[in-house]
Design a binder for this molecule. Structure first.
Ligand SMILES: NC(=O)c1ccc[n+]([C@@H]2O[C@H](COP(=O)([O-])OP(=O)(O)OC[C@H]3O[C@@H](n4cnc5c(N)ncnc54)[C@H](OP(=O)(O)O)[C@@H]3O)[C@@H](O)[C@H]2O)c1
Length: 260
């Protein structure tokens, strides 16, 4: 069996990816921490009409022992991956000084270490025409005071997967850098606090997913959904750090989120 592996499948964006991919005919391999949520998602997708197989594996991505157990078990099945969607991510946002050491390790592990580890694993069980979509963020396109760990780990993903495109020239490898996506209550509030620009930057998960899959199928390096976000990205390239980081520091110091 050839599966599309989706991390963070049980989150807001992950679910939207799963719906689109499953309806498009992919067999899905779902991961997330909660077995209950994974089973519920599988049942929901099957209820819409069974179009393919759905397997799942509950996994805390920060736990390397669990990751390796999963890799070993999957290796024993003889199955392969046709695609990997790296969606899992932790968007904790607060002043760096307010983090505990555990929270620093947790966020870096989910966003960076686990993404690289899962990618390495999926590559070694890839089938023909394997492709990788990784969810970064607009926050990864510039340094962001008060969102520094998120911004740094998402920037690392952009550099890593851009590099990988030159190591695996036969594969399609795309990075998705969305603005706000109203997936959780705290993110919806956050978009509201940003006001006019927050609303311009925000796009529904279904819209983001369609743009991402289209970009991946065309092997685009970076997909930035929405005209406003593309405009901001262009301005970021011209503006000096003093201006862009100063703007972010002023506005982002007023808000925080910690959903994990
Ligand atoms: N929403 C936005 O505004 C926005 C904007 C730009 C980029 N993004 C990125 O989009 C991705 C999805 O975000 P979302 O909005 O859908 O958030 P979400 O609903 O909170 O989903 C996050 C997903 O990551 C998984 N996850 C977190 N920690 C994990 C761990 N230790 N082990 C395994 N899985 C773990 C969660 O699994 P559980 O169900 O087990 O918790 C969940 O499925 C993230 O990478 C995020 O950075 C989001």
């Amino acid at each position: 069996m050839v599966y599309t592996l989706v991390t963070g499948a049980t989150g807001g964006l992950g679910k939207a990816f799963c719906k689109e991919l499953y309806n498009g005919g992919d067999n899905l391999y779902l991961t997330g921490r909660s077995e209950e949520k994974l089973k519920a998602l599988r049942d929901e997708l099957y209820r819409g009409g069974k179009k393919g197989e759905i397997a799942y594996y509950p996994l805390d991505l920060t736990d390397e022992t669990s990751r390796r157990e999963f890799y070993k078990k999957f290796g024993e099945t003889g199955d392969k991956f046709g695609a990997l969607y790296n969606v899992a991510g932790v968007d904790t946002q607060k002043p760096f000084g307010e983090y505990t050491d555990e929270k620093i390790v947790f966020q870096v592990r989910v966003n960076l270490e686990a993404t690289l580890s899962i990618t390495h694993f999926a590559l070694s069980y890839r089938s023909e025409n394997f492709k990788i979509l990784t969810v970064s963020s607009m926050s990864g396109t510039l340094p962001m005071p008060y969102f520094a760990i998120y911004s740094a780990t998402k920037a690392a993903l952009i550099n890593f997967f851009t590099s990988l495109r030159y190591e695996y020239k036969d594969l399609k490898i795309t990075i998705l850098a969305p603005g706000g996506i109203p997936t959780r209550e705290d993110i919806i509030r956050d978009i509201e606090i940003q006001g006019f620009t927050g609303r311009l930057s925000s796009k529904p998960a279904e819209y983001v997913v369609k743009k991402a899959i289209k970009g991946l199928n065309r092997n685009k390096r970076l997909v930035i959904p929405g005209a406003f976000n593309k405009f901001v990205y262009a301005i970021e390239k011209l503006a000096p750090n003093a201006i862009k980081c100063g703007y972010v520091a002023k506005n982002w110091s007023k808000k925080s989120k910690d959903a994990f």
